[in-house]
Design a protein around this ligand. Sequence first.
Ligand code: NAP
Length: 260
Amino acid sequence: MSLANSPAIALPSESALILGATQGIGLGFVKHLLQQPNISRIFATYRTAEAAGELLELQTANPDRLICTVLDITDESKIAALIQTIQINTQCLHWVVNCVGVLHEGTLQPEKSLSQLDPERLMRYFQVNSIGAVLLAKHLVPLLRHGDRSIFATISAKVGSIGDNQLGGWYGYRASKAALNMFMKTAAIEYGRKSPNTIIALLHPGTTNTRLSQPFQKNVPPEKLFSTERTVAQLWTVLNGLEPTHSGQFFSWDGTELPW
Ligand SMILES: NC(=O)c1ccc[n+]([C@@H]2O[C@H](COP(=O)([O-])OP(=O)(O)OC[C@H]3O[C@@H](n4cnc5c(N)ncnc54)[C@H](OP(=O)(O)O)[C@@H]3O)[C@@H](O)[C@H]2O)c1
C-alpha cells in the first residue's frame, strides 16, 4: 500500500513547559521539543529579555507553538501568574522540565571550605534550586492532573547525592540539590494520591557545556563534557522510558538510578 494514499495518522497533541529556557539545558530542551511533531504547544520561561535573545527569536519563528513568559522562580506570585497564563491556552500539560538552577551568580560562588559559608548566600541556593521547584509542584497540580500520562522532571545534580559525596565542598549547591531531591520525592507521594498519572522525576544531566559548568570544566575529560544537544537527547530518552513506578526517583543521564 502506498503511504501517500493512506489517511494521515493524527499524532497525539501534547503540551510542554520548560523552565529556565534562556540558555544551557533549558534552551536545548526547547529546541529539541520544537523538533517533536507530537508537541503542539511549548511554554518556556525566562527572567529578562536581555538574557533571552535566542529563545525569543525561536518564539518569533514559531508563533503558534512557542509561548514565552517571564518568571523568576523565587517569586511565588509569578509562579501563580505563569500557571494562569498557561491555563488561558491549555487545560493540561504533558511535560514539565524544570531546568532552573544556580551554582554561581555574581559574588555567589560555590564554597570550598566552612570558612566561606555565608547565610544569605546559602539561602539563595535554596531559594533558586530547592524551594522554587516545590512551589512549582504546589501550583502545577491542576495542569498535570488529567487522564493522560504527565511527566514533571527537575534537573538535580549528582553532587546533591548524600551517599555519593566523596569530595566535600560546594556546601550550598550540594545541600540545595539534596533538599530538592527530598522535596520532589515527597511531592511524588502526594501526587500519587492527587494526580496518579503524573510521574515526578529528578535527573542528573552529566557535566554539560553550559554557563553553569564553564568555570569548572578544566579537569573534565572531553568525552565526559556533553554538549547541550547530547544531554537533552539523553534525558529525553530517560523521560520517555519512565513508568508510574518510577515516580519520585533520581536518575542519571544514562537511565541508571542514583543513590540519595
Ligand atoms: N551544566 C552542568 O554540568 C550541570 C550538571 C549537573 C546539574 N546541572 C543542573 O542543570 C540545570 C540547568 O543548568 P545549566 O547547566 O543549563 O545552567 P545555565 O546555562 O546557567 O542555565 C540556568 C537557567 O536557569 C535560569 N535561572 C537561574 N536563576 C533563576 C531564577 N531565580 N528564576 C528563574 N530562572 C532562573 C537561568 O536564567 P538566566 O539566563 O536569566 O540566568 C537559565 O535559564 C540546573 O539545575 C543545574 O544545577 C547542570
